[in-house]
Design a protein around this ligand. Structure first.
Ligand code: HEM
Length: 144
């Protein structure tokens, strides 16, 4: 089960990044093109939201199954930068990113028919994407 989840978490990362980049660029195009945020645009922004939500659920399960997650929690492990990344920094940063992306989507959903919907997606998805990129374990992903 551990190996399967580890692979799933690794492959889902491609979808997460792709979905967020597409949604983010589409939002920038809408924002600067002075278009109105429609239901079609809302559906496009789901490309960024859905993989992130799936990844979040898989990540939480993985945290309690992986030897690098919760079971590795100790004062000694916190003193090691790679161990600390998996125990604390990666999960916490990703959870904050997921919350921001969800807020961006929910706000935009209520702003249909205005240009501000694009602004909400661009800002919240943009910050979420930056946080994800900052705390992906680049030492291990995408692997060899
Ligand atoms: C958008 C959200 C997330 C992304 C993009 C992401 C991405 C990644 C990537 C790329 C890896 C390295 C995979 C590999 O070794 O090939 C990883 C590992 C890991 N992630 Fe996440 N993650 C996310 C959310 C989370 C969350 C919310 C948690 C826990 C609460 C979590 C826990 C872990 C753990 C424990 C590992 C180490 C697994 C192992 O190799 O044993 N992740 N993550």
């Amino acid at each position: 089960m551990y190996t399967g989840l580890q692979h799933l978490h690794s492959y889902l990362t491609y979808l997460v990044l792709l979905g967020l980049i597409i949604s983010f660029l589409a939002a920038l195009a809408g924002l600067f093109g002075s278009r109105l945020f429609t239901d079609k645009d809302r559906k496009l922004s789901l490309l960024g939201l859905i993989p992130v939500h799936l990844q979040w659920v898989v990540g939480i399960i993985l945290y309690f199954v992986s030897p690098r997650g919760f079971s590795n929690f100790s004062g000694e492990a916190m003193g090691d930068s790679v161990s600390r990344l998996y125990i604390l920094e990666h999960p916490l940063t990703m959870i904050i990113a997921v919350i921001l992306i969800t807020i961006g989507y929910s706000r935009a959903k209520r702003m249909q028919g205005t240009n501000a919907g694009f602004k909400s997606i661009a800002i919240f998805y943009g910050i979420g994407l930056a946080l994800i990129l900052l705390r992906i374990p680049w030492n291990a992903w995408p692997g060899n």
